[in-house]
Design a binder for this molecule. Structure first.
Ligand SMILES: [Zn+2]
Ligand SMILES: [Zn+2]
Length: 238
């Protein structure tokens, strides 16, 4: 980043949008965060989403953790002035303004953490989102799957690759199935990425049969000597 761009980032107020979502599939539940940072003219500066936890987290806790993620990202970007856009009619808006206080201890402690992170900024404003802000943000949060090229909601995207490459769940399932039936260990479909997919992460939405097949492939892959031996004995017999 050049000096002028860095100065612009530091001095201009930025908008932070955050939310959490619960993603439930047949074998698979996770709580995810979504964070979007825009400049004053609504140009996208940063966007991130991912799992907060692999279980169903209470929604207030999840939203606060999503906000903390967003504030952390904004600090990393060197942003000094932030406007925190709260989802409409959300209690977090009242907590942030100090109009009301959380009754549960865990939530109160999390809000203390938020306060500490907010102190890192030279200014942080609290704004309640209008319907048009909500629409604007949901347009920004759409992702494109590299396989089917469809525009997909982030909670329907999936990453089993250690580098974080993402494809939609439908494509993930068929990609893994094709690879396994071809006798291969499923790799990441991103061009140029050599990572193998994680059987633990993917196993959560695969059928038992495909999981067994995958484990079998890993087993076969780890005993190349035994395979060579079989080939040789066969050759010797001929
Ligand atoms: Zn896809
Ligand atoms: Zn990858």
């Amino acid at each position: 980043m050049d000096m002028a761009a860095a100065k612009k980032l530091n001095e201009n107020p930025h908008k932070l949008y955050f939310k959490s979502l619960l993603y439930v599939e047949r074998w698979f539940t996770s709580t995810r965060f979504e964070v979007i940072i825009c400049d004053q003219e609504d140009n996208l500066v940063f966007k991130s989403n991912g799992p907060l936890h692999y279980y169903n987290m209470p929604s207030m806790e999840a939203d606060i953790r999503a906000l903390m993620r967003g504030l952390d990202e904004a600090t990393l970007f060197g942003i000094n002035h932030i406007s925190i856009y709260c989802p409409p009619r959300h209690l977090i808006f009242e907590y942030l303004l100090g109009i009301s206080y959380p009754k549960e201890k865990e939530i109160a402690l999390l809000m203390d953490d938020v306060k500490r992170i907010r102190n890192r900024f030279r200014s942080s404003k609290i704004v309640m989102m209008f319907e048009e802000d909500v629409k604007f943000v949901s347009r920004l949060s759409i992702e494109t799957c590299i396989i089917c090229l469809e525009n997909i909601r982030p909670e329907l995207m999936f990453s089993g690759c250690e580098k974080g490459h993402r494809i939609c769940l439908t494509c993930a399932k068929s990609h893994i199935k094709v690879k396994l039936l071809d006798g291969m260990i499923p790799n990441c479909p991103q061009l140029g990425c050599k990572s193998q997919l994680s059987i633990v992460r993917c196993g959560e939405f695969l059928t038992e049969n495909l999981c067994l097949m995958w484990k079998q492939r890993i087993k076969e892959d780890s005993i190349p000597i035994a395979r060579d031996f079989t080939v040789h004995t066969k050759a010797a017999r001929i």
